[in-house]
Write a new protein. Structure first.
Length: 306
């Protein structure tokens, strides 16, 4: 009897448990609401100020996780700066520039194709045909969405959101070649790096912060607390728990439902206009992103992403 005949068939992965499904649903809802909250907050507060307040809250919650050992300081500095003030500064600026939350949220999901592309360019990882097709489809979808007459007014915001996605893609790739860091520790490092940089940037480049803070509504403060605590701490903890139990590639594709939550909130409560072209472009883009995520089963979940 040959070895191939004697080898047992590969075990099928166990179905997700009810608790795991509930955790995935919670993450999707938390991140979806957080995107809408970012748009709401930046309507009353300047973007760097929003980032500074968010990460001040997150730092207070996560500082206990920031302790040695630390990875190579060069890689750590790059991760913290790119994934903290640069990525979030761009993301909050995109929401500040945007009229609607939906196109920006979809464009920001291009971080997954960017991660695969930069892993190929920087780390020399294999880029299979399905991932290449997915990248092309994702970018075509975003372009088609942006060319809609209504969405076109947000073209600057969409470009900035794409840049934010690219910054997170590089961050993810650098993190791959760095000693593994628990997500809550990484979130603490990102918050600790982002808070002073974004606060300094707001002080230098923005104006009228104190008046805006005094005028901010309770809903804005709720959005900031949601971002600093619920998204940065709770969702990250749930995702860390999931990827300890399952392969990251088993969990990540489900999280692509997040923009749907944000779009529904934007359309139902924030006056977003969802034309057939915007919806079609969004669906094409997310289909391409999903194809990349499924093709790159080795992608690590963005445990520190939101």
């Amino acid at each position: 009897m040959s070895d191939a005949a004697a080898a047992p068939p590969p075990a099928k992965p166990h179905a997700l448990t009810g608790l795991e499904i509930a955790a995935i649903a919670a993450i999707i809802i938390v991140w979806g609401v957080n995107n809408a909250g970012a748009k709401l907050a930046t309507e009353q507060l300047s973007p760097l100020l929003v980032g500074a307040i968010r990460f001040g809250i997150a730092t207070a919650c996560l500082i206990v996780f920031v302790r040695p050992p630390f990875p190579d300081w060069r890689s750590l500095t790059l991760i913290v700066l790119l994934g903290g003030p640069i990525q979030y500064g761009l993301a909050y600026t995109a929401y500040w520039l945007a009229t609607d939350v939906s196109p920006v949220t979809v464009a920001n999901q291009l971080w997954i194709p960017f991660t695969a592309l930069f892993a190929f360019l920087i780390l020399g990882e294999r880029l299979n045909k399905a991932a290449l097709v997915g990248m092309g489809v994702a970018f075509v979808g975003v372009a088609w969405m942006t060319l809609d007459a209504h969405a076109l007014q947000d073209w600057k915001a969409i470009l900035v959101a794409i840049a934010a996605g690219a910054a997170w893609g590089v961050t993810t790739v650098v993190a791959r070649r760095t000693t593994s860091i628990p997500p809550l520790k990484m979130q603490g490092l990102l918050a600790l790096g982002a808070f002073p940089v974004m606060a300094f940037g707001s002080a230098v480049f923005e104006h009228g912060q104190w008046e805006a803070v005094k005028a901010a509504t309770p809903l804005v403060w709720a959005s900031l607390l949601w971002a600093g605590i619920t998204s940065s701490v709770l969702a990250t903890t749930l995702l860390f728990w999931l990827v300890q139990r399952r392969e990251a590639g088993r969990v990540t594709p489900y999280l692509l439902v997040t923009p749907v939550v944000s779009m529904l909130i934007g359309w139902g409560f924030m006056g977003d206009v969802l034309t057939p072209q915007i919806l079609t472009g969004s669906a094409i883009a997310m289909g391409g992103v999903a194809l990349v995520a499924l093709a790159e089963r080795g992608l690590r979940a963005g445990a520190a992403k939101a």
